[in-house]
Ligand binder design. Structure first.
Ligand code: SAM
Length: 356
């Protein structure tokens, strides 16, 4: 679906959209504080009755001035409505307050990206995640993850898991249907897929490969669940081109992993997968491609998420279009034998085999 072939705005509303962009950071922060301060919740609890500004001030213990500027910004955004001096919740306010996707995205943008994005322009110039320095000195966010402040880690993991977790149950039968028993999971993170796999079928063995910080969390979780004989661990940095992959796996599974790398790096990782698999081996990839989405808003979320990779994560990767990504797959010597779109919120599965 090409959402982008026609301009959907007329001149009048284009200028309005341009103002929303110009004031983007302002309305973002105001909406977030309206949510976090309890103002939206109090207004929501008052239902159709609504609350006066004095009543809101009394309930949230913020100055009249503070509540007023936030609410007036909220009026402009459609978060709240005002009738006869009483504020009620608008539809957009309802989603800011209660929608899980919106909450996860807003927390991720604020806690992980907001300050780092100030360095976006620099990152585009250098190809490095210049915004990561707002947290410390690392090459990529993945090396930093286990050392970031707790609330930042929480928002990062909530975001990451939100987009893959709900797909896992649908995907398990697709991955294991061809008799795959011994699987290597690259970028296994905190072990969610490995645990889901072990619970899915007692004959499956998963080997998780990841950086030490994430692997240690996975090891602890797997041990707590008594799954040590079902899951193995390999500590590795896939950016090290000299690192070869072990042979003997039926399949290699990578979920939301290859988007952490530039196109040449993706090709290098896939080539090493190629060398480690026998001729029947499969690489199974789960990725959210922005050009495979049913709804334009899903593409929008992915397109904007790309800038997290630019400014904070690594400086050189993104949420890819399938068009760009599939070229890397072919370049590494694989053909896609099956592509299944629209899994979970936004995922695509690619089953790849070696080109004979
Ligand atoms: C976005 S998370 C995906 C996690 C999980 N597979 C999922 O679907 O939710 C990417 C994972 O890749 C790992 N990773 C990133 N760069 C890596 C590298 N150079 N070597 C090994 N693992 C890496 C990260 O530590 C993280 O666990």
């Amino acid at each position: 679906m090409n959402f982008y072939s026609k301009d959907k705005h007329n001149a009048f509303d284009s200028r309005e959209v341009a103002q929303w962009i110009a004031f983007g950071p302002v309305i973002f922060q105001a909406a977030r504080i309206l949510r976090n301060s309890g103002i939206l919740q109090e207004i929501s609890d008052s239902r159709k009755e609504g609350l006066t500004i004095e009543e809101i001030v009394e309930k949230v213990k913020i100055s009249t001035y503070g509540v007023r500027v936030l609410l007036e910004s909220g009026l402009g955004m459609g978060l709240v409505l005002l009738n006869e001096k009483k504020y009620t919740l608008g539809k957009v306010g309802f989603f800011i307050l209660s929608d899980a996707l919106t909450k996860v995205n807003m927390d991720f943008v604020h806690d992980v990206n907001y300050q780092g994005l100030f360095h976006l322009e620099e990152s585009i110039k250098t190809g490095k995640p210049e915004g990561l320095k707002t947290f410390g000195t690392w090459n990529t966010v993945y090396e930093a993850l286990s050392q970031l402040p707790e609330h930042v880690q929480k928002s990062w993991f909530n975001f990451d898991h939100f987009f893959s977790d709900d797909a896992f149950q649908d995907v398990l039968p697709m991955v294991y249907k061809d008799g795959v028993k011994n699987i290597l999971e690259i970028g296994g993170n905190t072990g969610k897929w490995a645990i889901a796999s072990a619970n899915y079928n007692p004959d499956i063995h998963v080997t998780i490969m990841d950086l030490p910080g994430q692997l240690n969390v996975a090891k602890q979780k797997i041990a707590d669940l008594g799954l040590n004989d079902r899951v193995s661990f390999l500590e590795a940095n896939l950016l090290d081109e000299s690192l070869k992959l072990e042979k003997g796996f039926d399949a290699i599974w990578m979920s939301q992993f290859l988007d952490c790398f530039s196109e040449p790096e993706i090709v290098s990782i896939l080539k090493r997968c190629y060398d480690s698999l026998d001729e029947n081996g499969q690489v199974i990839i789960m990725e959210p491609f922005w050009d495979c989405q049913k709804y334009e808003i899903a593409s929008f979320v992915l397109q904007q998420t790309s800038l997290y990779f630019t400014a904070v994560a690594n400086g050189n990767s993104q949420m890819y279009s399938a068009e760009t990504f599939l070229k890397c797959v072919t370049q590494a010597g694989f053909e896609v034998v099956e592509q299944i779109d629209n899994i979970g919120i936004s995922q695509t599965i690619l089953k790849c085999k070696k080109i004979k």
